[in-house]
Design a protein around this ligand. Structure first.
Ligand code: PRP
Ligand code: URA
Length: 258
């Protein structure tokens, strides 16, 4: 990575050991990503600006996630002469995880207008932190070769690992996770369950707190996009002993203690 003399360290600079440990992990080194992410995290950023930033960051991370996609040669006739150009070869599927992944769809469709969009509905049980599936209308057999899971937050990794399970059963040949912030615990969980899945993030944060939220993070990505701040799950300090134990177990796994 080029050195940035006089610059503040980026989140990606703070996690060299994780990047080394998980070859499937790709943390954006781009200063523009870090710049936008700092606005996204800010508690005073309102839902309108938050949605705009999610879209812009998805554009940037999604672009990086497509860097190794296969292309095929095509003949192109320019106004001046014929030439050989390139076209993305595999059929691409975008898999937004409801709700928070919805805000990432438009940006990816701007990059790849012909991509198919297949929604998966999952929410985290607040107590167990386990994902609960509530929406899945995938047809019987996979219609795309490369699936990009869109979800801004990779926290415990449970939602992501469950989505990958669904997509592998469906028959997806290649799967990538496109997120904005990852926690070390979630990266470890997803990588252990599915080492073949590339993980693309804008940043890796320090840890999960006792409620399973990423810290420093940005709070609840769904609530911040859609302005839904009512309810106990949005209130800091709403932890339960059971949730804290789930997080401690993940942290022991991460440090190789179990
Ligand atoms: C959030 C987020 C992920 C999940 C990440 O969704 O968008 O889907 O949590 O957590 P995990 O890695 O621990 O599984 P949430 O359950 O809050 O649902 P929402 O998007 O409907 O608010
Ligand atoms: N989901 C979120 O929206 N934020 C977190 O920090 C963890 C899960």
């Amino acid at each position: 990575m080029p050195s940035r003399l006089g610059s503040a360290p980026l989140e990606s600079d703070l996690m060299p050991d994780l990047v080394e440990r998980y070859p499937n992990l790709h943390v954006s080194p781009h200063p523009l990503v870090a710049h936008k992410l700092a606005y996204l995290r800010d508690r005073t950023t309102d839902p309108k600006l938050f949605r705009e930033l999610v879209r812009e960051l998805t554009w940037l991370i999604g672009y990086e996630a497509m860097a190794d996609v296969a292309t095929t040669l095509v003949s192109v006739q320019t106004p001046l002469e014929p030439m050989t150009g390139a076209r993305v070869e595999p059929k691409i599927g975008l898999i937004p995880v409801l709700r928070a992944g919805l805000g990432m769809v438009d940006a990816m469709l701007e990059l790849m207008p012909s991509a198919e969009v297949w929604h998966i509905g999952l929410y985290r049980d607040e107590r167990t932190l386990k994902p609960v599936e509530y929406y899945n209308k995938l047809p019987d057999a996979a219609t795309v070769q490369v699936c990009l899971i869109l979800d801004p937050m990779l926290a415990t990794g449970g939602s992501s690992a469950a989505t990958v399970d669904i997509l592998k059963t469906w028959g997806a040949a290649r799967i990538k996770q496109v997120s904005l912030i990852g926690a070390p615990e979630g990266i470890a969980t997803l990588s252990a369950a599915h080492p073949d899945v590339d993980i693309h993030v804008a940043a890796v944060d320090r840890a999960l707190n006792e409620r399973g939220y990423i810290v420093p993070g940005l709070g609840d990505a769904g609530d911040r996009q859609f302005g839904t701040f009512a309810g106990p799950s949005s209130e800091p300090g709403h932890e339960s002993g059971e949730t804290a134990e789930v997080v401690r177990r993940l942290q022991r796994n991460l440090s190789g203690g179990e």
